[in-house]
Design a protein. Structure first.
Lengths: 456, 456
């Protein structure tokens, strides 16, 4: 029996879609042009249905590619081996709210802004902010982070418990509701960042934190990438608990000015945010101001009022739209690496010089307090795509040269696979062994996260 | 050939000890009375020697129990199956210091106070403070935490990279030097808290944080456990980033007064510490003062001067010595659980009532900001030991009833094994599969962390 017919019998026809529209929609992700059609899209409505699909897929050897918000930038949701696109979009509810324990239990397809809408009334928030309207399940699967990681860490730091369905259809409950534990192996951490290659996450228990009493924002232009990133390195080394610390390059500010009709100085600019009580953050802002002056900042604008803070950060928030608008009709390649904090100035400067040398338009945005930064390269044709890929390769190898990582937060997906052997060495073999143990039929998100093990 | 002779040939005679003194010294841990002699104690001096020992042990099927500072409270270092006690004490050096990257690379037997001595000159510290002079390797292996976890998290949060030797002798390098990564499976997290059952940690790269500019301390007596822990729950819910938050019971304060000649009020007492800039922590102290008054605190003493802070916390620091001195010649059983923060008042009150009902002397100390607390029970004979074990059983099952964990920070070792099936359910099977995959001969720290899998 055809896969779609068998799944229709198993779950009911309303869970299955084989229309061209659905298959096309599920063929590709953001910033990843080369789509592949799945054979069928399945919309499970319960953990039990996910289990039935995976058991079926393992028995029949059918590939399964999970997807929810589909905001991945590295091709995670492209069903490169065909088979089932497992769309978890109907599993998007809050299952339990426990503000008194600073936690919430949600299904995987709920987005993080919706979690925050839900918990804000209790004075709480989930502090991970990757941008896009990412789903919690996707964020756990890539260990997403974003602008607030410098203070609050990554998604994995907020995963107290998971329900997962293994590739053979077994339902496992991992973790607990205490704020720390030394019991058992940390299987939550194994599934966090596994990019759907070890199973499907069907429930997430998230730790929450108290909304800060007050916030401050600052914007600091610098004459060049080196002075801007050197300031960041010193700020982090000084132990200032900055809540966000972002970098944007002059070309992007120019794009923002063109897009929004603003007149921000077109310089390498650092955006800061501080969280705490009013007296504490006022003192932190002053330390940042002194360090910025030492590092050569050409200005230092700061504000605590919400409207003023939004104005100071406007260029950061508008940047992606402005950059896209400046390159109509072009494909973008967005990449990310992370390096030890002292290596950040050289890493950013080298990447920008490499782009300039190859005549490539590049936008640089960095969660620079983590040593993590992104390039957005716009390409018009295959030749430019090849040049851009060269830039990405050299930037990634330079990051690995200095003890960094091929991806700080976007995950491996398809495009970073080729760096895994160099980054992980012998440990890659253990990862492949774990994968083979959990997924003996190799059905879960094949082609992502780990290169296929070479025959021995 | 006998094991000791074979190892002597392999590594040299000076790495081997089979004297009665060495075997006895390596037969037991702290707070765990029932010792078992190893056949031989081995002192490796390099990663390569650890690899040789493990390869030999896997080939010959010889059990290996790793040990460094031997400060575990749950019998982790007791070589219950005999064989090799692998004493890593000679691997205690700083390998590389990178203050500009806020990291340090150390060998496993270095203690955390020595790490802090080393990095303090750079204005940095490693903020995990479990008490005792624990080794970094042991702290990683149990995901230790302690008094500062409420602010700074657990040891695992500071592990950037590990070198580990697997049971078959393979040397793996895990992780990297960036502050975050989405590359590969998180194998550092798998080895963190594995209690030496998956291999031996031979190198740890630790993330460091900046020393706070200022600190404040406070001491708050309460009329009972319920009001004290309710205050803590509200303080955490209010999002005050308190750096330490400890509870001590009146019996322990009485023991301190007897031991030190002090006159601290013999009440249920909360000890707080705040880290930050002077203006910020002054504001935090005021919020804590208001919440304490609401919760019924009978006093609120606070200080910022170092000498005054030490005086305020003296009872906390002296407590273990004072409690031991109050029970000369008795064995102690120290246990720990963690519960969701709102369940803390009921959990502490129930445990104390249970002890009272059974006529057992109990000292309660809690890292209560995490929902984590300890009982120290002193027992004179087998009958009292059985009564104490009953208290531990009921306390642990109550913690699991409310979604907590059988151990917040001490680890499973030998004594918590019996709760693992209930706590982890089907996930225990996956843990056992991972263990069997990495350690096919079952040599690594047998009898700890996971119950042996039942034959199918």
């Amino acid at each position: 029996m055809a896969i779609a017919d068998a799944l229709s019998l198993l779950l009911g026809a309303d869970r299955i879609d084989t229309t061209a529209a659905a298959l096309t929609q599920h063929s590709r992700g953001e910033s990843y042009a080369a789509g592949v059609m799945p054979e069928v899209v399945v919309y499970p409505q319960s953990t039990d249905e996910v289990s039935k699909v995976l058991r079926f897929a393992t028995e029949r050897g059918v590939p399964v590619t999970p997807v929810a918000a589909n905001s991945s930038l590295e091709g995670h949701t492209v069903p490169v081996a065909g088979g089932i696109s497992l769309d978890l979009g109907r599993l998007d509810r809050v299952l339990e709210s426990r503000p008194e324990d600073l936690l919430i239990v949600v299904q995987p397809a709920i987005t993080y802004p919706r979690v925050n809408e839900h918990v804000r009334r209790h004075g709480l928030f989930f502090p991970i902010d990757p941008g896009a309207h990412a789903s919690i399940g996707g964020m756990v699967s890539t260990n997403a982070s974003g602008t607030a990681a410098v203070r609050y860490g990554t998604t994995g730091d907020y995963v107290l418990a998971l329900e997962v369905v293994t590739p053979t259809g077994e339902v496992l409950r991992l973790g607990n509701r205490a704020r720390k534990s030394a019991s058992g192996y940390d299987l939550c951490a194994l599934f966090t960042g596994a990019e759907g290659t070890l199973g499907v996450i069907t429930e997430v228990t998230l730790r929450l934190v108290g909304l800060p009493e007050a916030a401050a924002a600052a914007r600091l232009p610098f004459p060049d990438a080196y002075s801007a990133t050197s300031f960041v390195t010193r700020l982090i080394q000084a132990g200032v608990p900055v809540a966000r610390c972002e970098l944007i390059d002059p070309i992007s500010i120019r794009a923002v000015n063109a897009y929004s009709g603003t007149a921000f100085p077109e310089e390498m600019t650092i955006f800061l945010e501080f969280h705490g009580n009013p007296a504490g953050i006022a003192a932190e802002v002053e330390i940042a101001r002194e360090l910025a002056a030492d590092a050569g900042a050409t200005a230092f604008e700061a504000a605590t009022d919400a409207g003023e803070r939004a104005r100071l950060w406007e260029a950061r928030h508008t940047m992606l739209f402005a950059a896209n608008a400046a390159h109509p009709g072009l494909d973008s390649i967005i990449t990310d690496v992370a390096v030890p904090i002292s290596e950040l100035p050289a890493a950013v400067a080298s990447a920008m010089a490499d782009c300039a040398e190859h005549g490539l338009d590049v936008h640089v945005v960095g969660h620079v307090g983590d040593g993590n930064f992104h390039l957005t390269l716009y390409v018009a044709d295959a030749a430019e795509r090849a040049l851009a890929q060269g830039v990405v390769d050299r930037m990634t190898h330079r990051a690995l040269d200095v003890g960094g990582t091929a991806t700080g937060e976007h995950g491996v997906g398809l495009r970073k696979l080729k760096y895994m052997e160099r980054e992980h060495g012998e440990a890659l073999g253990l990862m492949q062994t774990i994968k083979a143990t959990l997924d003996p039929a190799g059905i879960m998100n094949p082609g992502k996260k780990l290169p296929v093990r070479a025959p021995r």
